[in-house]
Write a protein of this length. Structure first.
Length: 241
């Protein structure tokens, strides 16, 4: 078959595009992607480019691009000819978090220039659920240094936790009666807040932990923890024969 000038030009152009973009690599910046009700930006960066293209986001299993709406915000970052990169930021807004019905949703970032995707990268988005569990204590009357715990789950950042003796008296710092332990680092999306009651436990007492979490838009949410006290005595009984 004889190649015309037009065929040769198209063939050259196709080879040039494939060769020049052979190092395209899409990398979601976050290795572990989680979502709460707070706005969650996710960046997809395409490297090794020689010219601008189009970056789109899709939920795996859907052919429809994720739109720029009140639930999801898509921000384009222009092609940078200096370092040959182009990016797009997908921000999951509060409405988007509520729209995601599955615990885990697979999302794809695609790069193309008007045709089939030249490259794509998928990752899993885990929808976290906020919660608080409490662990009280049951101790013998007169026991010192009993510890109670509030555990906050479904978080990525350390919450602020304060304690009250009952519902009114603030325990703002360590003193003769209490040790307020620093909130633990977040591990497996949870953190522990521990209060040690150094004084003798004489009666059942209720304590309150107050949780503040910016990512869940929670301010001083109240949870009660009980220190239960029990006693026992030995009574002698005369047995008559």
């Amino acid at each position: 078959m004889r190649l015309t000038k037009i065929h040769l030009l198209l063939l050259w152009k196709a080879i040039w595009v494939i060769a020049s973009d052979s190092s395209i690599n899409i990398t979601p910046i976050d290795d572990i992607v989680t979502a709460t009700v707070k706005d969650r930006p996710i960046t997809c960066e395409v490297t090794g480019l020689d010219s601008e293209g189009k970056i789109t986001w899709k939920i795996v299993g859907s052919s429809i691009d994720i739109p720029n709406t009140s639930n999801f915000k898509v921000t384009k970052v222009a092609f940078n000819g200096t370092d040959n990169t182009q990016s797009s930021v997908l921000t999951i807004l509060k409405g988007g978090y509520e729209e995601l019905t599955k615990v885990t949703t697979d999302i794809t970032c695609e790069f193309d220039r008007g045709g089939a995707p030249l490259a794509n990268e998928s990752f899993s988005l885990t929808k976290l659920t906020y919660g608080v569990s409490v662990i009280g204590a049951e101790v013998l009357k007169g026991t010192k240094n009993a510890s109670i715990t509030c555990t906050v789950t479904g978080i990525t950042g350390k919450p602020t936790v304060t304690w009250k003796d009952g519902n009114t008296v603030d325990i703002t710092s360590n003193n003769d009666n209490f040790t307020v332990h620093a909130v633990s680092n977040v591990t497996d999306n949870k953190a522990d807040a521990v209060l040690t009651v150094k004084k003798k436990a004489d009666v059942d007492t209720t304590y309150t932990c107050l949780i503040t979490s910016a990512e869940w838009e929670i301010d001083n949410e109240s949870h009660t923890v009980t220190l239960d006290v029990f006693d026992f005595s030995v009574t002698s009984t005369e047995v008559k024969r």
